[in-house]
Write a protein that binds this ligand. Structure first.
Ligand code: ZN
Length: 337
């Protein structure tokens, strides 16, 4: 079975094509989100998203990745956005689990409703196999700190209705933990648990700032963690050392290209630097997490999946040309926000 990228953002596929660095340079994750990622996602329109998806998915196949578990947001183009991603995956023959990350951060509860509706619309289309047997849906939440308890409950209900996982960012930065405490919870994991959404198969990305007991509780509930070492390093959020308390940790690239061998190497390097202790060595831990992605994919798809066909060079050149054109549009739109 090919590599599994257990947490990524296809919408950031154009970034390697020369995204200008923000000035002045952001400091800390909240500023990185405000000035880069939340600006990029607001600048996405249908043509940009299609170019990004076609390019990212085809390159993932070329890099030996055969399953993408994606988390998508495009606040100015919500309805229909998951179908754009699905079309790119279906065309490349890439198995994928797609979801819209519901949030209230731009337009409050109206935005949350639109995000939930897009998840529902897409799950219904998957139930009719509109995107072929390899493309599945999940229900997404951006992160606890940008949604109310009501929205978390509604997302959990929708996931249960369709028997699909809930997929969200958790404790990537201390600000997510502080937010949960301000709302009266001991932390993010307790919040999810009390709201009834910490269930078998829940997909939790990051977990950098969780305590050991929180990781243990999530593990007992049957949730999965996705460790994203390159992204965590690039954003300077720290090393997710407490994930060692879970037996279900897979590797994700969090928007970086789907080069899972690089992700594995990064994990063993950063684990060593963080002097992570435990029975297994850094190299074994990294390869176990890469392998765990295959276990996760098997849980979701119910079978091993064959590698997608290698995209032909001519098609890739065509996609690259389109991607470069749309990347210029994206930088212009971002600069205007
Ligand atoms: Zn992410």
């Amino acid at each position: 079975m090919p590599f599994v990228n257990a947490h990524t953002h296809i919408y950031s596929g154009l970034v390697p094509l020369g995204m200008p660095a923000p000035q002045p340079a952001p400091r800390g994750l909240p500023q990185i989100l405000e000035r880069i990622w939340w600006r990029l996602d607001r600048a996405l329109d249908e043509d940009i998203l299609r170019a990004s998806a076609d390019w990212y998915v085809a390159r993932s196949a070329l890099l030996g990745t055969g399953v993408l578990i994606d988390h998508h947001e495009s606040p100015e183009f919500i309805e229909g956005s998951l179908s754009v991603l699905a079309a790119a995956c279906a065309q490349t023959g890439m198995p994928a689990v797609l979801t819209y990350g519901v949030t209230e951060r731009n337009r409050g509860t109206d935005e949350a409703r639109a995000g939930l509706a897009e998840n529902r619309r897409f799950l219904e289309s998957c139930a009719h196999q509109e995107h072929g047997p390899l493309v599945r849906g999940a229900v997404g939440l951006h992160a606890c700190f940008t949604v109310s308890d009501e929205t978390i409950r509604a997302a959990g209900d929708l996931a249960a209705e369709f028997s699909v996982p809930l997929h969200l960012h958790v404790a990537e930065d201390p600000s997510d933990v502080a937010d949960a405490r301000r709302r009266g919870y001991r932390g993010v994991i307790e919040r999810l648990d009390k709201l009834g959404v910490l269930v078998p198969g829940t997909l939790l990305a990051h977990g950098v700032h969780l305590e050991l007991e929180e990781v243990q509780l999530a593990d007992e509930r049957g949730a999965w963690f996705m460790h994203n070492p390159r992204s965590n390093r690039a954003n300077g959020v720290g090393y997710a050392s407490q994930l060692r308390a879970s037996g279900r940790v897979a590797l994700g690239s969090d928007g970086f290209p789907s080069d899972m061998t690089q992700e594995q190497k990064a994990l063993s390097r950063y684990a060593q630097q963080a002097q992570e202790d435990g029975a297994e060595g850094e190299v074994e831990r990294a390869s176990a997490r890469l392998a765990a992605g295959k276990r996760l994919a098997r849980e979701i798809f119910g079978a091993d999946l064959p590698a997608p066909p290698t995209p032909d060079t001519e098609r890739l050149q065509e996609l690259e040309a389109i991607a470069k054109t749309q990347a210029q549009r994206l930088w212009t739109r971002m600069a205007a926000l």
